[in-house]
Design a protein around this ligand. Structure first.
Ligand code: IMP
Ligand code: MG
Length: 174
């Protein structure tokens, strides 16, 4: 049986999100057209819904879902879209909203693919970034928390599709 140990409380998450949103608001404050915020399903959905309600510039929202094949496959080329965006992004500013950037493989793939669609810019925002296992040189533009170890669940994050509905973020301990 696994046990849950709280890592970030509900209150800490909300405080961090409002600080993070302030930085993002500042970055896009002079933007004259809507920014497209892209939620990476499923894990980022709870974070996304809290984050966008703190953003104070014109926004369009869209969703992608990525699937990665077997951990043993060579890194980089194992990610595919299982749901693509619906909004065209040519000449638009794009903000990718992820739950966790760990090795960097997933978000790096997504940013590379979106860049081929000729957006004005692509920025990466993640609630949590883990630095210990980073394999890819990657610039995360905005992040909420840094974590150096552990597997976390709750607030949208799952382990085998469970725990997404927890209001806080917990470490799963054996
Ligand atoms: P990456 O491609 O290695 O950066 O993996 C990122 C993805 O792995 C995230 O979008 C999460 O879905 C998942 N992931 C990584 N670490 C955790 C964790 O601690 N809890 C839940 N999901 C995680
Ligand atoms: Mg994810």
């Amino acid at each position: 049986m696994s046990e849950l140990r709280e890592v970030f409380s509900r209150e800490e998450i909300q405080t961090t999100i409002s600080q993070l949103a302030a930085k993002i608001n500042h970055h896009y404050q002079d933007c004259s057209e809507p920014v497209v915020a892209v939620c990476v399903l499923k894990g980022a959905v709870v974070f996304f819904s809290d984050l966008i309600r703190n953003l104070r510039f014109d926004l369009e929202v869209d969703f992608v879902r990525l699937a990665s094949y077997g951990k043993e496959t060579f890194r980089g080329e194992k990610v595919i879209f299982s749901k693509d965006m619906e909004i065209p992004i040519a000449d638009k500013h794009v903000l990718i909203v992820e739950d966790i950037v760990d090795t960097g493989t997933t978000v790096n793939y997504l940013a590379r693919v979106l860049a081929t669609r000729r957006p004005k810019s692509v920025k990466i925002c993640t609630l949590v970034q883990k630095l210990a296992r980073r394999e890819i040189q990657l610039n995360v533009d905005f992040y909420g928390f840094e974590l150096d170890r552990g597997f976390i669940v709750g607030y949208g994050l799952d382990f085998a599709e469970q725990y997404r509905n927890l209001p806080n973020i917990c470490e799963l301990v054996e």
